[in-house]
Design a binder for this molecule. Structure first.
Ligand code: ADE
Length: 403
């Protein structure tokens, strides 16, 4: 691959590309990088590259002509090497957002030319005439496109075969699989009183891989719910096997109802902790929650209590007349063991007569939304908004999900 950077600061860009991993890779001939001085293509005596904007306003605007002539020269060089016309990218704050997917796409071209703007901007006509695309590296404004072009060059060149020590390297990393990276540690084993996670010393690679995958997922879910949701859509969850001693039984006795109310209360308090007032949560006592379940049953809901080795730890309900699944709660102490996934699957299978069972979930309940998406349920519209004084964040709304 060949990358060309068209800039007013070729030395700055060149010093970055010649350093460290990329510098070594370029010396090995794994790619070619060239930086071009826009000023060298000026035609005026003063070698001026910019001028005042038509229509007034502050700052200076880069001339179209030197950029155009520089791009023509780069194209001629690429063609002389038998590469064909390079893919031309202008780096501007107004471009399309950059991400790893775009990096992989650019890495597939034989030649990419990155054009750096400076000052207030670039004469739009040269962008119209030459740009295959405009890219922004984030929602902030830089003084010029140099750092942006280096970000793009770095993320594209590291994908070239042989640039990273281990080919496998980049496949495992952040975003490759749509998740952010698991935490890494090196020597010493204990640093300033902080020990590394013990699993990393077991030498059991299956266990280590499982731990890393779990860390990646948990971090992505907490830090980048947007990425996590996309990941969930493409990584369906297989329902964990029911263990021996695990059951879901229709609630019939008062004792079962008491146990369900306790689970419902604890899980509901946890779910609403970040988004409702303390006063509102305090009003939802175990007795209040129990009353809700009693009313559910009067309204036709079949409620099931999940137990593990005789201990109640989960709850789910189905309403046959409408095909709704609801009241899916797992006791806080039993979460993270797949009980939610099992109960959701169980409830759906209790509704074989329904082509598309549905359920309602709060938009702020990210773990539940993620589970539903991984289990093949999809958002199907907003049901109703909550705007009462009990809400400490906005917006809060109920979303309809369909299987
Ligand atoms: N030039 C100025 N700001 C920029 C940004 N955020 N991305 C790309 N180029 C830029």
């Amino acid at each position: 691959m060949r990358i060309d950077i068209v800039t007013l600061f070729p030395e700055l860009c060149g010093s970055f590309l010649n350093a460290s991993i990329l510098g070594r890779a370029a010396k090995k001939g794994l790619f070619e990088a060239h930086c071009h001085q826009i000023r060298d293509y000026t035609t005026n005596k003063q070698r001026q590259t910019d001028d005042y904007p038509y229509g007034g306003g502050c700052g200076m605007v880069l001339y179209a002509q030197p950029i155009a002539d520089c791009l023509r020269a780069v194209t001629a060089q690429c063609e002389a090497q038998g590469r064909g016309k390079p893919h031309v990218v202008f780096l501007t704050a107004a471009g399309a957002p950059y991400n790893e997917q775009k990096a992989r796409e650019l890495a597939g071209y034989e030649a990419v030319t990155l054009v750096c703007g400076h000052y207030e901007g670039i004469d739009e006509r040269v962008i119209e005439a030459f740009a295959d695309e405009e890219i922004s590296i984030g929602d902030y404004v830089l003084t010029g496109g140099e750092l942006a072009s280096l970000v793009v060059a770095d993320s594209v060149l590291r994908l070239q075969p042989g640039v990273l020590a281990e080919e496998k390297g980049y496949q495992e990393e952040s975003y490759w699989d749509g998740l952010i990276e698991y935490p890494q540690y090196t020597r010493p084993e204990v640093w300033e009183g902080r020990a590394i996670p013990p699993v990393l010393l077991t030498g059991d690679h299956q266990k280590i891989d499982a731990w890393r995958a779990q860390q990646s997922k948990a971090r992505t879910r907490a830090r980048r719910p947007d990425l996590y949701e996309t990941w969930c859509e493409t990584h369906p969850l297989t329902v964990p096997k029911w263990k021996r001693g695990e059951n879901a039984r229709l609630i019939k006795t008062e004792e079962q109802l008491d146990a369900a109310a306790a689970i419902y209360h604890a899980a509901w308090q946890q779910m609403t902790a970040d988004t409702t007032t303390q006063e509102y949560r305090d009003a939802h006592t175990v007795a209040v929650m129990r009353e809700e379940l009693v009313n559910d049953r009067k309204n036709g809901w079949a409620l099931y209590l999940h137990t593990t080795a005789g201990r109640p730890d989960g709850l789910v309900g189905v309403l046959h007349k409408t095909g709704e699944v609801g009241r899916l709660y797992v006791a806080p102490a039993a979460q993270g063991q797949g009980i939610g996934a099992k109960l959701l699957d169980f409830a759906r299978k209790k509704l074989p007569e329904q082509e598309h069972p549905h359920l309602l979930v709060l938009n702020v309940n990210k773990p539940a939304r993620a589970l539903y998406i991984r289990m093949g349920w999809r958002p199907a519209g907003v049901q109703r908004y909550f705007t009462g004084p009990e809400c400490t964040v906005q917006p809060v709304y109920e979303e309809l999900f369909q299987f």
